[in-house]
Write a protein that binds this ligand. Structure first.
Ligand SMILES: Cc1cc2nc3c(=O)[nH]c(=O)nc-3n(C[C@H](O)[C@H](O)[C@H](O)COP(=O)(O)OP(=O)(O)OC[C@H]3O[C@@H](n4cnc5c(N)ncnc54)[C@H](O)[C@@H]3O)c2cc1C
Length: 467
């Protein structure tokens, strides 16, 4: 038998009777499991998830669920196909032994694997003072249970809601409050809502949109402390300018934290921005060597992107979880010439204040912006972001049907400013600075981040070889 034939035989054997373990039983984990079975993997499949529920969808949690339109337990993800798997729900993975190829669970069990997929996503960053975070009425929103509890309290209704942080989720919560006619104050440390994700020019439009809908928006300020009543219910917030806001529901929307702690000591490239992997989802070890048996997908993955100078991108988007999981699962059961890259052009959508906001590409990669279509006054427009004469992203407010046009231009490294699509062009089109905040200034962290390298953070170790 030739070497090649032997390897092919091994892969065939693995597909028939190998052991795959997926840690993280949510969007990426489920879609990966479905792809593995679709690709003909008939070996043992174990899916480990620390939540007690079957995989459910998160985007509706800050939208339809909070409005009371959809009960939190009606968000189960639709199944694309049958998945024959051993589901271990309600138990966390707490360690990874790469030498023994075992995942250690919180209940003491060790689960062996031949190939492992890490899909542990992110969690909400909690309000930093634990006593204040424990007050009744103080919320974050990531899980089904979070949304269910918050929805109940919004239905009462509260006299005022305070939202801390005006990223996408914070802004969506504020929008729901206004739809429910609940007074809401939004406090944002940056200069405007969505400024980390879309820059100051778009941020100003978002700010005006919030104010027009009756949001008491306070930018350039922080919340210093939360105060509760004798019964332990939050009643007031003290802001960094000394002012106070009376509120009986507080939603801390402070961005997310990657679930990587369980990988400590595993020697994988896991850190603040997630687990480093190649564009095919294969995890890197801490020295940047690609592993053969460990893959990563979804919010917890960070991978180099050919369109963005091979910088590592961390994306907290639905499409990224689905397509990244499909690519990783395919690569887990195939041989190298058939590996598939996960080269998604990042994109997101958000519904707030009656406007559908969509984007493609990586806006913070751009330093300039130009309005290309529609009218800012009517909040019905498209704008493109540029970097060194090339289009790198676009955003639309109620103009999403043009996104594909911009997406194609971005994929082809088209020029900036881009050629107008033919009609609807505003007069006096001129590029201007996109006004992204200095990355050192704390503000809402965008959903797509160029994670790069922090020169001050030396995590690799160089050991010269001794003869
Ligand atoms: C409120 C909200 C609104 C959103 N809206 C949008 C939107 O409008 N558009 C959009 O594109 N995206 C949106 N997103 C983002 C989108 O939901 C995520 O990109 C997607 O859920 C990522 O899927 P994932 O499987 O990678 O991670 P997750 O969904 O975070 O799942 C990871 C799973 O792993 C589990 N886990 C973590 N650690 C362990 C462990 N040690 N052991 C076992 N299990 C573990 C977690 O509990 C979780 O169940 C939204 C997210 C939220 C929270």
């Amino acid at each position: 038998m030739t070497w090649r034939a032997t390897v092919e035989e091994l892969v065939r054997e693995f597909r028939a009777s190998g052991r795959i373990v997926i840690v993280g039983a949510s969007l990426a984990g489920l879609r990966a499991a479905e792809t593995l079975r679709e690709e003909g993997f008939t070996g043992s499949l174990t899916i480990i998830g620390d939540e007690p529920y079957e995989p459910y969808d998160r985007p509706p949690l800050s939208k339809q669920v909070l409005k009371g339109w959809v009960p939190a337990d009606h968000t189960k993800l639709p199944r694309m196909r049958e998945v024959d798997a051993d589901w271990r729900l309600g138990v966390a993975a707490i360690g990874l032994d790469r030498a023994a190829k075992q995942v250690r669970l919180a209940d003491g069990e060790q689960v062996p694997y031949d190939r492992l997929l890490i899909a542990t996503g992110t969690r909400a960053r909690q309000w930093p003072n634990p006593d204040e975070a424990a007050l009744d009425g103080v919320h974050t929103i990531r899980s089904r249970d979070d949304a269910e509890q918050l929805q109940k309290e919004l239905a009462e209704p509260p006299s005022r809601v305070l939202v801390i942080g005006a990223g996408f989720i914070g802004s969506e919560v504020a929008s729901v409050c206004r739809e429910l006619d609940i007074p809401v104050t939004v406090v944002e440390r940056g200069s405007a809502p969505l400024v980390g994700a879309l820059g100051g020019v778009i941020g100003e439009i978002a700010a005006q949109m919030q104010r027009d809908h009756g949001v008491d928006l306070r930018c350039g300020l922080g919340v210093s402390s939360l105060e509760g009543d004798a019964a332990g219910h939050v009643r007031r917030a003290r802001l960094s300018d000394g002012s106070t806001v009376d509120a009986d529901v507080v939603v801390a929307s402070l961005g997310s934290i990657r679930n990587v702690e369980w990988l400590e000591g595993s020697g994988l490239a896991a850190g603040f921005w997630g687990v480093g992997c190649d564009a095919g989802g294969r995890a890197f070890d801490i020295n940047g060597v690609v592993t053969d048996s460990i893959f990563v997908a979804g919010d917890v993955a960070r991978a180099p992107h050919v369109l963005y100078e091979y910088q590592f991108l961390a994306m907290e988007h639905w499409d990224n979880a689905v397509l990244g999981a499909e690519a990783a699962a395919h690569n887990m059961v195939n041989l190298e010439p058939n590996y598939r890259p996960h080269l998604l052009l990042p994109g997101f959508w958000s519904g707030q204040f009656g406007v559908n906001i969509k984007s493609v590409g990586v806006p913070p990669f751009g330093d300039e912006i130009v309005f290309t279509q529609g009218s800012v006054e009517e909040r019905h427009f498209a704008a493109a972001y540029g970097h060194r004469g090339r289009i790198v992203a676009a955003v639309t407010f109620d103009h999403g049907k043009w996104l594909e046009y911009y997406g194609k231009l971005i994929e082809q490294s088209g020029p900036f400013p881009p050629p107008p699509p033919g009609w609807d062009q505003p007069p006096d089109v001129k590029p201007m600075p996109a006004e992204f905040p200095d990355p050192r200034v704390p503000t809402a962290i965008p959903d797509v981040v160029l994670t790069g390298h922090a020169p001050s953070e030396r995590t690799a170790e160089f050991r010269p070889r001794h003869r």
